[in-house]
Design a protein around this ligand. Structure first.
Ligand code: ZN
Length: 278
């Protein structure tokens, strides 16, 4: 998955959430190419909005690498109906990732099941769902990427909160599954260097933004690279030492700042910061 095209932003991928409030996917995809960004990671609701066929046509027309499809997962459930809906949704996500030749399907694994306080049970459901879906993903030619999320999301988004947990799951499950390293979620981890080295060639993505101090919203206050406290080059060096040579994917959810700016300005600054602080 190494980056081969030329230009200063050839190693940059745009997670389409970054400008989702300003542009549709049909506007984002050509904009990537105009800015010299060579990768894109679309969200499934944005794909649904313009249709999978149109998404595929636009991305292939601009010759962009799909660094990930966001997202599958949400594996925890309380009722049989929820369980069935979860598998249905993930099977569709695998099909979409296959159609778009995505380097991986990003998985946010889900938090506690509705109405539950049983975290070990949630983690067991995640492991079971992964074991069921992985052979299907392999058959479809899709690689699954577990994205550990910061522990502040353990209740409602992801009960896999460290790279160590994600690596344990990968060890258990075998080929066809790896990890997405999102620095926003893992930068604080005392075992970060060890677990990045352990992940090795199972690193399927590097997501970048920054941790603002103070952070005013648990979900929608991510910072632009360079505006916060994460030592991004240090983490990038760790993943490169582990063998990762793919894109850095900028992924910023920012309701009050970046989602309110003109999208061209957001992309211009993403490019500048990619060159100066990533
Ligand atoms: Zn991410």
């Amino acid at each position: 998955m190494s980056v081969t095209l030329d230009g200063p932003l050839a190693g940059l991928s745009l997670n389409t959430a970054t400008v989702r409030e300003q542009w549709t996917l049909a506007e984002i995809i050509p904009a990537c190419r105009r800015f010299g960004i060579t990768g894109v990671a679309p969200w499934r609701d944005q794909i649904a909005h313009i249709g999978l066929d149109e998404t595929e046509r636009l991305i292939k027309g601009e010759d962009l690498t799909v660094t990930g499809v966001c997202r599958g997962g949400m594996f925890t459930w309380s009722t049989d109906a929820e369980r069935q809906a979860m598998f249905d949704s993930n099977r569709t996500a695998i099909d979409e990732a296959a159609t778009l030749d995505a380097q991986c399907l990003v998985l946010v694994v889900g938090g506690l099941a509705p109405g539950s306080k049983d975290m070990p049970a949630a983690r067991e459901q995640v492991a079971e769902a992964l074991a069921t879906l992985l052979p299907e993903a392999r058959a479809a030619g899709v690689t699954l990427a577990i994205e550990p999320l910061h522990p502040m999301y353990a209740a409602d988004r992801a009960c896999v909160n460290t790279l160590g947990q994600a690596n344990d799951l990968c060890d258990m499950l075998g080929d066809g599954i790896g990890v997405a390293v999102d620095i926003y979620h893992v930068w604080w981890d005392p075992a970060l260097a060890t677990e990045i080295a352990r992940a090795g060639d199972r690193i399927l993505g590097l997501h970048v933004c920054d941790w603002l101090v103070p952070t005013t919203d648990l979900l929608l206050d991510r910072g632009m690279m360079g505006d916060g406290v994460i030592d991004i080059p240090a983490i990038r060096a760790m993943v490169e030492k582990a063998g990762y040579d793919g894109h850095a994917e900028v992924e910023i959810f920012s309701a009050e700042t970046w989602w309110k700016k003109p999208p061209e300005e957001v992309l211009r600054i993403c490019g500048e910061r990619y060159c100066s602080v990533v």
